[in-house]
Ligand binder design. Structure first.
Ligand SMILES: [Zn+2]
Length: 75
C-alpha cells in the first residue's frame, strides 16, 4: 500500500495517506511516535504515518523517517 500496491486484505485500490497519527488525551494532542531506549521521548524522531484502505479499513503504519530513527538507536 505504501509503495502504490493495492490492499493485501481486500485488493481495494483507493489508499488514504495520513502523514501523522495524533496521540491525544484530555489535555494535549501530539504526534504518535516510538519510545525506544536511547531515544528522547519528546524527539520528533520515530513519528508514525499510516496508509489506510478506503474499502475495508486495513491500515499499515510506518516510521516516517527510518534513517533519522537509526541515528538515535543503539545496535
Ligand atoms: Zn482493504
Amino acid at each position: 500500500m505504501k509503495n502504490g500496491t493495492s490492499c493485501p486484505k481486500c485488493h481495494g485500490e483507493r489508499i488514504l495517506h495520513a502523514p501523522s497519527i495524533a496521540d491525544r488525551d484530555r489535555h494535549s494532542v501530539h504526534p504518535l511516535a516510538l519510545e525506544v531506549e536511547g531515544l528522547f521521548f519528546h524527539s520528533p524522531v520515530g513519528e508514525l504515518e499510516a496508509y489506510v484502505c478506503a474499502a475495508c479499513g486495513f491500515t499499515e503504519i510506518y516510521v516516517r523517517d527510518v534513517k533519522a530513527l537509526l541515528k538515535h538507536v543503539k545496535g
